[in-house]
Design a protein. Structure first.
Lengths: 236, 260, 397
């Protein structure tokens, strides 16, 4: 589904991606992991076309995304920080995003119900708490039925109940045969949900495989330690 | 793009600042007309206001809007929308809502005063056209500054500097160089000099209406052709349009290349 | 008894010349409708030559058309065309030489060189004539109404367009020029030199190449005239040069490049005039003393005053200045702080004319303001101590 070749990206002198190659097949949940500054967000934003790489190609369903924008119809994206125009109400925002995508879905009602957002619909986004904003963010992401879902730190600010609901939601989407790409620093969440791990280190893919494979490779009994061992090895 | 324009416009129409701007012009118009009770004098004062204040407000507002709607832009960037549409749409949204505040704010008191019955209608229309041009130009320049500077404080600083330069400093340098090189034929040079400053250009456009008798007192043939015929008007409008088109093109270019 | 002789194609007299030769003193010659190809018509006895339905006298560009060589001649109601153009003689449609008590009225003059030319004549009237030239260049065109060494002539109600100088007076005293319109002439609308004690009233001078020039004269009265739309680098509402002891009262100067250009002019009264929308309302060129400007309106001029020296002996008082920004706390209709009509920028423009392009720029406003606060270049005592808060109603007539 996604094929990335020789991706290079520099911000000023800071080289973030150094010739990254990655192939992600259709269907399943992929977790992109890595230490701070390893290029997770840059990678995701490159796929979304928000960051423009110096060189390399990204193709989605065998079509290169360079200078294209319509391919984003097939992606739902949850940004890391949920910031919205402050003087819009939740309802207006949802309506606007639907209008902008020219997609008249009614899945939002279901999601609003799921995250219990009904009482916030007429509130201005500027007056919402971080967690509530994140829920709105989730509604906006999941309401379109796109084959590729990219979630950047989806768990931020969520209460335990909502977290459970989010997991259910992600699994449901997976069952529909969708591809889900996510980043998270909560290892238990990743371990529980991810089919495959993509570990980024210093701008390249250091490891790609299942959690089991990672444990085997690092000789560690559990996932968290497996990750830690990679880091200590690389910094040693 | 039209959708973005619509939402930016809608967003701004609900923002307090648009009203402040609108009421400021409304008040200015009312004070000028009903305290002075003199249309010609009001038009002259208005010209001074338009060529200094409109650029200032355009730059500040443009920069402010860009930084304030950064999150909104990022949200939009992940949507299936063309990048340039997002920024050009936002730019037009700001510029048009500012222009509308200007036109309505000043227009209403003048309409009530009876501008349609007056011979000053053309002067007044020209003022509003110039004001709209300046709004479009300076908002575009502001967007360029904001797109090139992630740092908000820096962005604001550059915006204010830009205004100060074009509104005051440029003319100071211009005047000094004209006086310094007074032994040489300067009429072409002085006309070219105004083309590089949209504020000067707008001023010339208004001078063509208000001060044509003084302008024709100068002997140079180039001046005569410029001010004595429609040539000046056509050139000024054309160059002003270029001043809108070129910065807008740069917004597009910058937007296409920027990382978010 | 005076009799009337008729001239027409089937009358006894076929030509005007023929009728004149047959006429006795004080006869009337009635020229019927028709076209008469005649020139060098010499009226050598007191006669009334009158046209019926504007008969056309076509000079076929051969020279002068009518010369009056007798006193008490009246010429009335003729349409005279095709006066000869010459570089050596000033051919005119009508010429009067050294005669008195003539009346020249209701004529239409077209395709002319000079129109009405009065030499060394007195006590004549030139009334309600229409003079329409087609002058393009100065050197091969003549003047509409020209007076040379004349006295006590009335020029009233004439319209002069498209000639070199509309009305021209040289060495002519005690004349009254009233209710005339002079416009679109290639040089001056009105031009007079060495002519004293004349009155100019209720005339309109519009869009003339160089406006009106008034030179080397004394005791002139210019009242309630309108000077309008005289545009160009050497164009004025009125150019005053070496004029003394005269009055300029109640006139309107509107949208001229320069309203009044003053040079070597002394002891003048300028009162109740309106200066509206001129480039420069008044430009002083030096050697002007004891000029008195009171109760004038200065409205929306690009510059109210241009002054070329630091010395000032002219007085400005009780005028209205539209660019006055003072206040009137005691509500007596007079501003509480004096007005300085000369701006620093007018000096700069005087020195480097191209800087005019910076007119009304914020930078210029700033330097003008600083000059106003502490005058360095402009005469310290040049101010109006009683600027009016409201325009004066200088109603004409």
């Amino acid at each position: 589904m996604i094929k990335i070749k020789e991706l290079h990206k520099k911000f000023g002198k800071n080289e973030v991606l150094k010739g990254l190659d990655l192939t992600i097949n259709e269907g399943g949940i992929f977790a992109v992991l890595g230490p701070n500054g390893s290029g997770k967000t840059t990678l995701i934003k490159s796929i979304l076309g928000m960051v423009i790489p110096q060189s390399g190609t990204i193709s989605l369903n065998k079509k290169t995304i360079k200078k294209d924008w319509e391919y984003r119809k097939d992606i739902d994206y949850l940004p890391q920080i949920a910031n919205f125009p402050n003087n819009l109400s939740v309802k207006e925002l949802i309506k606007m995003i639907k209008d902008l995508r020219a997609n008249n879905t009614d899945k939002d009602l279901e999601l609003i119900e799921l995250f219990k957002l009904g009482s916030f619909l007429d509130k201005k986004l500027g007056n919402l708490s971080g967690g509530t904003k994140q829920k709105v963010n989730l509604v906006l992401t999941f309401m379109f039925d796109s084959p590729l879902i990219i979630l950047d730190e989806p768990t931020t600010g969520l209460d335990p109940i909502s977290l459970i609901r989010l997991k259910d939601l992600i699994n449901k989407e997976k069952e529909k045969g969708k591809t889900i790409l996510l980043t998270s620093h909560i290892m238990s969440f990743v371990e529980e949900i991810a089919d495959e791990i993509v570990f980024l280190l210093e701008g390249v893919i250091y490891f790609k495989g299942t959690t089991q494979e990672l444990k085997t490779k690092t000789n560690q009994p559990d996932f968290e330690h497996a990750i830690a061992s990679i880091l200590t090895d690389s910094y040693a | 793009m039209l959708k973005i324009l619509k939402y930016s416009f809608y967003d701004l129409m609900r923002s307090r600042w648009s009203y402040v701007y609108f009421f400021f012009y409304l008040l200015l118009g009312v004070v000028l007309l009903f305290l002075n009770n003199n249309l010609s004098k009001a038009v002259i004062t208005l010209m001074n206001v338009i060529i200094t204040l409109v650029p200032l407000i355009g730059t500040i507002f443009g920069v402010m809007y860009y930084y304030n709607s950064k999150e909104f832009s990022e949200l939009l960037l992940a949507q299936p929308i063309k990048r340039t549409s997002i920024f050009i749409g936002q730019y037009l949204g700001v510029a048009l809502s500012l222009s509308m505040s200007l036109i309505l704010g000043l227009g209403l008191p003048f309409v009530f005063y009876g501008i349609f019955m007056s011979s000053a209608i053309w002067d007044f229309t020209l003022l509003l056209v110039t004001g709209t041009f300046l709004t479009l130009i300076f908002t575009a320049l502001a967007f360029n500054i904001a797109l090139s500077n992630e740092n908000k404080i820096k962005g604001f600083g550059y915006a204010i500097l830009l205004w100060l330069f074009l509104a005051v400093i440029y003319d100071g340098i211009f005047l000094m160089s004209l006086v310094f090189f007074e032994d040489y034929p300067l009429d072409k040079l002085s006309l070219i000099g105004t083309m590089f400053n949209p504020i000067d250009l707008s001023r010339i456009l208004i001078l063509l209406k208000l001060d044509i008798s003084a302008l024709l007192g100068y002997t140079g043939a180039v001046f005569k052709q410029f001010f004595g015929t429609n040539f000046g008007l056509i050139i000024s409008i054309t160059v002003l349009s270029l001043w809108v088109i070129i910065p807008t093109y740069f917004i597009k270019r910058k937007a296409e290349r920027k990382d978010f | 008894m005076a009799q009337t002789l008729e001239v027409c194609s089937n009358c006894e007299n076929k030509t005007i010349k023929e009728a004149i030769s047959k006429a006795n003193k004080h006869d009337t010659i009635l020229v019927k409708r028709g076209t008469y190809k005649e020139y060098n018509i010499i009226i050598d006895k007191p006669l009334t030559l009158i046209g019926e339905d504007y008969p056309i006298i076509d000079g076929e560009n051969k020279g002068e058309i009518i010369s009056i060589h007798a006193d008490s001649v009246t010429v009335d109601g003729l349409h005279i065309i095709n006066v000869g153009t010459s570089y050596t003689s000033d051919y005119a449609a009508i010429r009067v030489v050294k005669k008195k008590h003539f009346v020249i009225q209701n004529l239409k003059l077209e395709k002319l060189f000079f129109g009405i030319y009065l030499e060394k004549s007195q006590y004549g009237k030139v009334l309600n004539n229409q003079i329409m030239g087609d002058a393009v260049e100065e050197y091969n065109s003549g003047n509409g109404i020209q007076l040379w060494h004349c006295k006590n002539i009335d020029i009233d109600g004439n319209t002069v367009t498209n000639v070199r100088d509309g009305i021209y007076l040289e060495f002519s005293d005690f004349c009254t020029i009233t209710n005339n319109v002079s416009k679109n002439n290639i040089r001056y609308g009105l031009h007079f030199m060495f002519s004293n004690d004349d009155l100019y009233k209720n005339n309109r001078f519009e869009n003339n190449g160089a406006g009106v020039a008034v030179m080397f004269s004394k005791r002139i009265k210019m009242h309630y005239n309108i000077f309008k739309d005289n545009w160009g680098s050497a164009s004025y509402g009125v150019l005053l040069k070496e004029i003394n002891d005269s009055e300029i009262i109640g006139n309107t100067f509107e949208t001229n490049t320069i309203g009044i250009n003053i040079e070597g002019t002394n002891r003048m009264v300028y009162k109740n005039n309106d200066f509206i929308g001129n480039g420069w309302a008044i430009k002083f060129r030096g050697a002007c003393y004891t000029n008195n400007f009171t109760h004038n309106n200065f409205m929306y001029n690009s510059f109210d005053l241009a002054y070329n020296s630091r010395l000032n002996d002219n007085k400005f008082d009780n005028n209205y200045w539209s660019s006055y920004a003072g206040y009137d706390l005691d509500k007596n209709g007079t501003g509480d702080i004096p007005y300085r009509p000369v701006k620093l920028f007018s000096y700069i423009v005087n020195r480097t004319p191209e800087t005019i392009i910076l007119l009304r720029s914020l930078f210029i406003d700033i330097i003008d303001f600083s000059e106003k606060v502490s005058p360095v270049f402009t005469p310290d005592n040049l101010l109006d101590n009683h600027p009016q808060m409201k325009p004066l109603s200088n109603d004409q007539n």
